[in-house]
Design a protein around this ligand. Structure first.
Ligand SMILES: [Fe+2]
Ligand SMILES: [Fe+2]
Length: 238
């Protein structure tokens, strides 16, 4: 298979799975998400198939990744960490989501009231967000109650059904993130208003989009750590 690019020592072909690229190259995950490629729940799908699905040119896409990688900070290689270290890291995302979700909900509720007339999509977002929050909290609790304790005790034999359910819920979260992205104009205000003026009426929208895009990146990374690194260790082939 022809090499399309080598970025940060990773040799990439059309067959390279998306999650390998997204987890090995700093900043690559952002580029996948920005191009609406689900590198997390569809992490095993090849680069070539992801590009075909959204009509992207693989070479141009990899150039975008190389540009992003040039300025992105490098992080630890979680694939090489022990399972207890991986779980401890995953729990930092649970903590972050529990901090972020109520703050995001408050921002959305306020903006739906103050700007809902001008931007009706904010009302749709405000109507959908409580369900998303409740689903996410329930998901985090289920993992903390039913998944992590058996892992800590080394009793992972009966987890197949739970892992299937968690993977399905991750896909549900991903669909909601895509809907939020749709409603928020692909977070393009972030680029339009890189330096918003204090009295700009779009300043609060810009702040919301910034927070939501950050939350999206965190949740995608979190689901990737579970789908592509943790679950396969517990259930080879799952
Ligand atoms: Fe989790
Ligand atoms: Fe999860």
């Amino acid at each position: 298979m022809t090499t399309l690019a080598t970025i940060n020592n990773l040799v990439i072909t059309r067959d390279t799975p998306a999650f390998i690229i997204a987890s090995a190259i700093p900043g690559a995950a952002r580029v996948f998400t920005r191009n609406r490629m689900d590198w997390c729940c569809k992490g095993l799908m090849s680069l070539g198939n992801h590009c075909a699905e959204v009509g992207a040119d693989p070479i141009a896409f990899l150039e975008e990744i190389a540009d992003e990688a040039a300025s992105a900070p490098t992080g630890p290689n979680w694939a090489a960490k022990s399972t207890p270290e991986l779980v401890a890291h995953i729990l930092t995302f649970h903590e972050a989501h529990r901090r972020d979700l109520p703050e995001l909900s408050a921002m959305i509720t306020e903006l739906a009231v103050t700007q809902g007339e001008r931007r009706p999509v904010l009302r749709e977002l405000a109507a959908a967000f409580p369900t998303f929050m409740a689903e996410t909290y329930h998901h985090l609790e289920m993992e903390e109650r039913d998944l992590f304790p058996p892992i800590a005790a080394g009793e992972t034999a009966g987890l197949a059904a739970l892992i299937r359910r968690l993977r399905d819920e991750h896909e549900g979260h991903d669909h909601r993130l895509v809907a939020f992205r749709d409603w928020c104009e692909d977070y393009r205000t972030l680029r339009r208003f890189a330096y918003p003026l204090p009295n700009d009426p779009d300043r609060p929208i810009n702040a919301l989009h910034l927070r939501l895009e950050g939350f999206e990146a965190d949740l995608m990374e979190h689901m990737h750590l579970e789908n592509n690194l943790l679950f396969p260790r517990l259930q080879p082939g799952a």
